[in-house]
Design a protein around this ligand. Structure first.
Ligand code: AMP
Length: 624
């Protein structure tokens, strides 16, 4: 039996430029690797262990150069980020000895998951870019089976980079997509000549512009100028796409003026961006400007996507996980075009793709591509009480409970555990997945949720502990008035765009009078509470606030006794009184309604929290 290809260059770097052939090769690759999923996984773990046989971490755990999966499973612990932090800190500080991986760590990818309020740092190596590119190269051949000939038009994708920083040891730290968009893998391919599927309306210069206003403006302008060629639109996550539409709502008049006059707004000061857009603009186009203006002036934005980009076949954005909250607004803007979730990936590694991209958003499942990493699964019922922290005795239990990729069971839920080429071994990603089916031998997973995350608007992921600490620091401002927060819960409100966090607080004033907060405590104090909560939230949240992808936090004060009513409601639904705990985040509509019906007054944060690129400790120059 011929071996299934494991290396990306089996389907990349093909210069025969034959569209159909390339598609066929990609689909064959998917067939091959999913049919031989276990065989491939065995080879992946062997390859990783062989290449990193003598790294400090594996030697410390007693692997002694062995590369078989049984020994690996026996001796290597299951870990989370906190367990690896000492090693990661050493690498960040400049220790270039082979600690986790024998190959040089090329950079750190800053995950939107946080540790101690700061983004997690994921080590990566040069060759991982090839693996990411491989996964991307499978997406359009899959899509082409359902919506053919997309290569004959363009994709209007809103893609952005974020600021990067350097660790004390000199390694670049930046988000995975910033790393990818700046790489030659993306730039060399981002033209219809090199790759018909990378025919985007946004010139590279507009994507690579760090100024988010200029980047968004110029990408929208480019998209509008080429509107009749656009066959698909999208962004990475739903929240990013909605932000673009909101931006259009605000700036369409300026954009139309530019199209009409054949010039670019002087606010776009980056010369390379101006030149790139001018290459598309060429000359004034008053007819197009009037068409766009006519649509934007109609008042309603229902169906604006199909009105301005009439040939659009689908909206390509992730709406699984917390992004599901944006499905109704996307349906509204797109007049019900298919919402397509193509892939599932992370800073740790890229995981899989959706082989049935036109399915309903609720039914999306991702087929893990067995060549990306070595995958293991921790059954949900066996997780350490779900707290995500390993200790020695628990770890023993966890180690034995892990199952391999091909051994997961239909309908069961698991936490994903990965071993990567870049030096993460049996690392708990923190995502909960449910087995929805199989493609040959490879399982397909619904994304269920992120473990412990209670609030999320954009790429922020706030867990219960972070929320608790932030509420505590906000509530401190009430102490001087003899008031305390006796109960709280939270939710996200996505009816505003951008969405925002809402906290419901029940307050006890020690004077025992009926709470009329407006009389007892001035509104400026509550606004300060809002600000203090935001200052205490993690850096991804604060960055989102500064870049306006998250709106100001709101505190709603509820009547005394509201949380008792919440408990009564839970008990009426069958909860046990012994086990009842106030939920720290509520999603169920009747509960949110109940809380909202008891609101006495509400306050918004009036200031942005502080955020600077990089780790807090690096900025203080005392990274240890
Ligand atoms: P980051 O580490 O910032 O790259 O974020 C990676 C995380 O984003 C994953 O572990 C998931 O929790 C989430 N994510 C990525 N892709 C998807 C998807 N297709 N559906 C739902 N969540 C996703």
């Amino acid at each position: 039996m011929p071996q299934a290809p494991i290396q990306y260059n089996n389907i990349q770097n093909d210069d025969d430029d034959n569209y159909d052939n390339n598609n066929k090769k990609a689909l064959k690759y998917i067939e091959d690797v999913t049919s031989k999923a276990d065989e491939i996984q065995e080879r992946v773990i062997e390859e990783i262990l062989k290449s990193s046989a003598h790294v400090e971490y594996l030697e410390r755990h007693g692997l002694n150069g062995r590369t078989d999966r049984d020994t690996f499973k026996e001796v290597i612990p299951v870990v989370n980020y906190e367990d690896l932090k000492p090693e990661i800190d050493r690498i960040a500080n400049g220790d270039s000895s082979p600690i986790l991986c024998s190959k040089p760590i090329s950079e750190f990818l800053t995950s939107s998951g946080t540790s101690g309020g700061e983004r997690k740092l994921m080590p990566t190596i040069e060759e991982e870019l090839g693996r990411r590119t491989l996964l991307y190269s499978l997406l359009m051949p899959v899509m082409d089976q359902f919506v053919p000939n997309l290569h004959e038009g363009k994709g209007m994708y809103f893609l952005f980079i974020k600021s990067e920083t350097k660790t004390p040891g000199g390694l670049v730290a930046r988000p995975v997509l910033t790393s990818y968009y700046k790489s030659s893998h993306f730039n060399n391919n981002n033209s219809s000549h090199k790759n018909p599927h990378k025919n985007y309306t946004s010139p590279n210069e507009t994507i690579l512009c760090l100024d988010s206003f200029q980047s968004m403006y110029s990408q929208l302008l480019s998209g509008l100028l080429q509107s009749h060629q656009v066959l698909r639109v999208g962004a990475v996550f739903a929240s990013g796409f909605i932000r673009a539409i909101k931006f259009l709502e605000k700036f369409w008049a300026d954009l139309c003026r530019d199209i009409r006059t054949g010039t670019i707004d002087p606010k776009i000061s980056d010369t390379s961006v101006r030149e790139a857009v001018m290459r598309i603009m060429k000359r004034p186009n008053p007819k197009l400007a009037s068409c766009i203006e006519g649509e934007c002036m109609k008042g309603s934005w229902k169906g604006i996507i199909t009105r301005l980009w009439p040939n659009t076949k689908y909206v390509d954005v992730i709406v699984t996980g917390t992004m599901a909250q944006y499905i109704p607004i996307l349906d509204y803007y797109s007049n019900g075009l298919p919402l397509v979730c193509t892939m599932y990936a992370s800073s740790e590694c890229y995981f899989g793709i959706n082989l049935n991209p036109l399915c309903d958003p609720e039914k999306v499942s991702y087929t893990l591509i067995p060549t990306m990493a070595y995958f293991e699964f921790l059954p949900l019922n066996k997780m350490n009480g779900g707290n995500g922290h390993s200790n020695n005795s628990n770890n023993q239990l966890v180690k034995e409970d892990l199952v391999d990729l091909v051994d997961v069971e239909l309908g069961q839920e698991y936490e994903l555990v990965v071993t990567t080429y870049a030096g993460l071994y049996r690392y708990r990603v923190g995502d909960i997945l449910r087995v929805a089916g199989f493609k040959n031998k490879a399982p397909q997973f619904n994304f269920v949720c992120r473990k412990n995350v209670v609030l999320s608007i954009d790429s922020d992921k706030t867990d219960e502990v972070e929320l608790q600490n932030a509420v505590k620091s906000g509530a401190n401002h009430l102490k001087q008035f003899g008031a305390t927060v006796t109960e709280y819960t939270s939710c996200v409100d996505t009816s505003t765009i951008p969405g925002h966090y809402v906290l419901f607080w029940e307050i006890n004033t020690h004077t025992k009078q009926t709470l009329n907060t407006d009389k007892n405590i001035s509104s400026s104090v509550f606004k300060e509470c809002c600000h203090a909560v935001e200052e205490s939230l993690n850096s991804v949240y604060r960055q989102g606030r500064v870049s306006e992808s998250i709106g100001p936090l709101e505190i709603k004060i509820v009547e005394n006794g509201t949380f008792d009513k919440l408990m009564d409601f839970a008990l009426s639904q069958g909860a046990s009184i012994n086990q009842y705990k106030t939920p720290r985040c509520v999603k169920y509509a009747p509960i949110v309604e109940l809380l909202n019906s008891k609101v006495v007054c509400s306050y918004f944060s009036e200031k942005c929290p502080k955020w600077v690129p990089g780790h807090k400790r690096w900025c203080n120059n005392n990274f240890e």
